[in-house]
Design a protein around this ligand. Structure first.
Ligand SMILES: [Zn+2]
Ligand SMILES: [Zn+2]
Length: 388
């Protein structure tokens, strides 16, 4: 497999491009790194040469079936690369531009887009887990069989075709490995703290989960001036790592967390709790650990049958705010470049999140390492020079 010279090859019989991709044939199957065919971009679409892509728990949950998305497919939804070709009507990026990829290609015209909440876009959301692009069809093929996309992006490949609105132009001086991570984990966690919770200087913040999303919430809380940042995670090495990102206190999960949090906050509870786990018992505990009038932001996506619960009287009498946050409640086209500017200014240590890099051929090992809790973020590198 020649990944170091990723020149597109046009097959003789059509305009299909031969690409190298991690093909997932069915639930719980290993990834097979193989040649697939990719159609050229249609109108309002962009062909991107992927330089680097993060691996995310959502990819693993889709592979296992917890997140339903059609198979066979090419997973990967946290990538960055270089524009190779653009379809008709694409004017916001050009060939050669460096781009980070957003998995919410909002339309800019629906009710939610015009009211400033593009992650709720009604044009894109129905297709997010449909396995297609925005016209309901796929550009990926394995022999004569259609292969589904994943979250519009399918970044576990050296080339991909994405909706134009997913391609966010970024400064070419920034590492495409870091830019890749901003496309999912960082945007999600940072945005939960900065956009949704709107953490205030001197406030207290409780974060459940010290993976990529949780640590990004910690970075966002720290940049916002939080005075206390308490992080809960079962893995000791992850708790210790959280201190590097701005955590002031770390605890293993347990029944005593609410008491410990209250001890640290003059008996009141935290101003903001951010749950990056998505388990009902954790959501309930986070609610109890939040001060009256405080805000609980739920980021981790629970299983479909999950029903988090709260003591009803406290919800009313304590005036607590419980809110979800999708994709950092962001405006991806402006927030992604803004976060990268903060990184380049030395205000967000985003590169510290990358704990290991792998060639695409080692994708199965990368997923094993993620499952074993060995990674803050693992990154698959498709193009060494561009990714650094
Ligand atoms: Zn993700
Ligand atoms: Zn929209």
């Amino acid at each position: 497999m020649e990944l170091s010279a990723p020149q597109p090859t046009m097959s003789r019989e059509s305009h299909l491009m031969e690409i190298t991709a991690a093909y997932l044939s069915g639930a719980n199957q290993p990834f097979e790194v193989t040649m697939l065919h990719l159609d050229p971009p249609k109108a309002s679409e962009v062909l991107v040469r992927i330089a680097a892509t993060g691996i995310c728990a959502s990819d693993a949950h889709t592979r296992s079936g917890r997140i339903p998305s059609p198979l066979p497919c090419v997973l990967g939804h946290e990538g960055a690369g270089v524009v190779e070709a653009v379809g008709e009507n694409v004017t916001h990026v050009a060939v050669g531009d460096h781009v980070a990829l957003s998995w919410m290609p909002n339309c800019g015209q629906c009710r939610h887009c015009v009211s400033g909440r593009p992650v709720l876009c009604t044009a894109a959301a129905p297709y997010l887990l449909a396995g297609t692009l925005l016209d309901g069809t796929t550009r990926l093929h394995h022999d004569s069989e259609d292969v589904f996309h994943y979250s519009f992006l399918s970044t576990f490949a050296n080339y991909t075709v994405v909706p134009g609105a997913s391609a966010i132009k970024i400064d070419p001086g920034v590492s495409l490995s870091v830019a890749a991570l901003v496309g999912c984990a960082i945007m999600t966690g940072y945005g939960a703290a900065v956009n949704r919770a709107q953490v205030r200087p001197g406030s207290s913040v409780l974060v459940y989960g010290a993976g990529g999303v949780g640590l990004s919430a910690v970075m966002g809380a720290r940049l916002s001036g939080a005075g206390k940042i308490i992080v809960i995670d079962p893995v000791e090495s992850k708790r210790i790592e959280a201190l590097d990102f701005g955590a002031t206190h770390i605890f293993a999960p347990g029944d005593d967390i609410v008491d410990r949090v209250k001890e640290l906050t003059d008996g009141f509870g935290v101003d903001y709790a951010i749950d990056a786990v998505g388990v009902p018992a954790v959501v309930g505990q986070a609610f109890d650990a939040t001060v009256a009038g405080g805000t609980l932001v739920c980021v981790g996506v629970p299983a479909p049958e999950a029903r988090p619960s709260f003591p009803g009287p406290n919800l009313v009498r304590d005036e607590k705010i419980v809110t979800g946050s999708l994709y950092g409640s962001s405006r991806p086209s402006t927030d992604i470049p803004k976060i990268l500017d903060l990184y380049r200014a030395g205000l967000l240590p985003l590169d510290k999140m990358i704990s290991a890099t792998y060639p695409l051929n080692d994708i199965n090992k990368a997923f094993d390492d993620m499952a074993a809790g060995r990674l803050t973020r693992g990154v698959l590198v498709l193009d060494e020079a561009l990714a650094s």
